[in-house]
Design a protein around this ligand. Structure first.
Ligand code: MF3
Ligand code: CO
Length: 254
């Protein structure tokens, strides 16, 4: 079932999203060589809870942590852990916030210490792919328009678009209908309506889109060991155009 949100509900999700965005802005300073992804987990959970919200991933489908911290070739659902982050690691931090019952979801990518040309280009293309997808999140467009915009751009840049994990409707729970693939055919699929709230969260790989699953049943890795990057926003679809509920304000578009 797809729930259409009222103006008031969208406002509440935007408040939740603003809190989530402020966590990501804090992480820009927090993430540096020598810390661990467990340090990120503790920081994020404390920050969310001390601002009167709930870290909504904890207990979701048996997941144990406030964050997913996926490093280098980990595509998504990396467990926060005590391994020390080193210069040149690419880490994607994904989280969901529940503020007064309103849920938001956003993943952001960070370089630990100094970047490389390979990482810079992958991050730039992944971020641009996200915004090209968001541009298509318009009343009257179709789901396939979003996936097509992302896939055609990322593949033209020589990258692989992950198929096994996709965007989704959000609220009242984390994962709702509709499914929002980051690949597809323009003009195909469900028609987007006023009041839908979805995530767009492309996972883009330097090599193949194919993945392998960790024995832990959660963490996905690139099959070829190449790097993977991800950015995610929660987005409300309105007559006035897409509203970024998790905007960091100064994150740039492309
Ligand atoms: N934030 C993730 C997403 O983008 C949710 C992962 S499911 C969890 O959809 F169990 F890991 F939380
Ligand atoms: Co999501």
């Amino acid at each position: 079932m797809i729930t259409l949100k009222s103006k008031r509900e969208i406002e509440m999700m935007a408040e939740s999203g603003a809190l989530l965005a402020s966590v990501h802005k804090e992480l820009r300073q927090f993430i540096k060589p020598g810390i661990t992804s467990w340090d990120i987990e503790v920081f994020v959970r404390n920050y969310i809870e001390s601002h009167g919200a709930i870290a909504a991933q904890v207990g979701y489908e048996g997941y144990k942590y406030a964050t997913c911290c996926s490093i280098n070739d980990e595509i998504c659902h990396g467990f926060p852990r005590k391994k020390v982050l080193k210069n040149g690691d690419l880490i994607k931090v994904d989280m969901c916030v529940n503020l007064n019952g309103a849920i938001s979801d956003s993943c952001w990518a960070y370089v630990v210490g100094e970047s490389t040309e390979e990482i810079d280009r992958l991050m730039a293309v992944t971020k641009k792919a996200l915004y090209l997808g968001i541009e298509q999140a318009q009343v009257g467009n179709r789901i396939g328009d979003i996936g097509h915009a992302i896939q055609s751009y990322a593949e033209q840049e020589g990258y692989g678009v992950v198929r096994d994990f996709i965007g989704h409707g959000i609220g009242p729970t984390i994962h709702e209908s509709p499914a929002v693939p980051h690949y597809g055919v323009a003009g195909k699929g469900l028609r987007l309506k006023e009041g839908m709230v979805i995530t767009i969260e492309p996972m883009i790989n330097t090599g193949t889109w194919k993945m392998k699953m960790d024995p832990n049943g959660w963490t996905a890795y690139t099959l070829d060991g190449g790097l993977s990057c991800q950015y995610e926003h929660s987005i409300a679809i309105t007559k006035e155009g897409p509203i970024l509920l998790t905007s960091q304000g100064d994150e740039g578009t492309y």
